[in-house]
Design a protein around this ligand. Structure first.
Ligand SMILES: [Zn+2]
Length: 317
């Protein structure tokens, strides 16, 4: 399929009214990029046409084939050169970047948007990603502002409920997950070869970040797990936003853990306990091995806020 036909298909499917997009006629020639001097990323092959880039920031899905390359997320700006190097290594002569689908707004998933657009990609995401990138708003969880991003980060193709890409003889569906990790999250379902990229609706083996300040909720994250499970079978490969590749059983375990956390906090919330009292009761101490970027206090607070509990906000560190 030609690039223009592909783009038009995507725009039709996304139900758009003439987005401001520029044609990228130049080929990125990423095959000519030198190997990185200080490698930060590692590559894992799922199939010949689907790979995952691990390393700093969110896990990147790399879908390749005769039409070119589609990336799911693009880590940080400092990783851009190395991402493009791996795209060239994986895709060879067919390394033309078609799209980057941002699973959500966070900077560890969208940090290379300007570099990927410069290399030829159309950036695509749920419409709330574009809206929030244009605004500055308070992040109470960390006690600081989320500053608006310059326009070169913004998605140029947006959708509301769902958009499908048809390329390389397969279909990839970006499906919006309302009020989940944020209010602009999508999971990406590769119908062939039966792979789901969860974005940050799955942190495997660690407490997840639930970004209530960006419209997220723990109930929505659990619903996102359920939606992905409904689309899975025992052979489905599940790519989390953070953590190693898993399967439907791993996804179900993560879902049940979140449900347990929410129920334990909800029980005390409904009994009238304050957030401070719940934190003091340490209801998640049997899950200490899941402490990481988000610790037990962080996930209890996220559950509390998801239930509608008042929260004045952390002080900036
Ligand atoms: Zn995130």
């Amino acid at each position: 399929m030609t690039r223009t036909a592909l783009l038009c298909t995507a725009i039709l499917l996304a139900g758009l009214t003439a987005p401001t997009v520029q044609a990228h006629d130049q080929h990125s020639h990423t095959t000519e990029r030198p190997a990185p001097e200080d490698p930060q990323l590692t590559v894992e092959r799922i199939t010949d046409n689907l790979h995952v880039l691990f390393g700093p920031g969110g896990n990147i899905g790399v879908s390749s084939g005769p039409d070119g390359v589609v990336l799911i997320d693009d880590k940080f700006s400092r990783n851009a050169e190395e991402i493009l190097y791996h795209v060239g290594q994986i895709a060879g002569e067919n390394d033309e970047l078609l799209f980057v689908i941002n699973t959500h707004i966070h900077g560890d998933h969208t940090g290379s948007n300007p570099e990927m657009a410069e290399a030829g990609a159309m950036i695509m995401a749920h419409e709330n990603v574009r809206i929030r990138m244009g605004e500055s708003y308070m992040n109470k969880a960390f006690g600081r502002m989320n500053e608006a991003k310059s326009e070169d980060f913004w998605p140029v193709v947006t959708f509301t409920d769902e958009a499908s890409l048809h390329f390389n003889g397969m279909t990839a569906r970006a499906v919006h997950m309302p009020a989940a990790h944020t209010d602009g999250d999508s999971i990406v379902v590769f119908e062939e070869p039966n792979v789901i990229h969860m974005g940050d609706n799955l942190f495997l083996g660690m407490f997840p970040f639930v970004d209530v300040d960006s419209g997220g909720s723990m109930q929505g994250m659990i619903a996102a797990h359920d939606k992905a499970l409904s689309l899975s079978d025992p052979r489905t490969v599940i790519i989390p936003g953070h953590g190693p590749i898993t399967d439907a059983a791993g996804l179900r375990e993560a879902r049940d853990t979140l449900q347990t956390i929410l129920e334990r906090v909800q029980l005390r919330f409904e009994a009238g306990d304050s957030l401070e009292a719940i934190l003091a009761a340490a209801p998640l101490d049997d899950m200490a091995d899941m402490d990481g970027f988000i610790d037990r206090a962080g996930i209890i607070t996220a559950a509390w806020r998801s239930l509608g509990g008042a929260f004045e906000g952390a002080s900036a560190e």
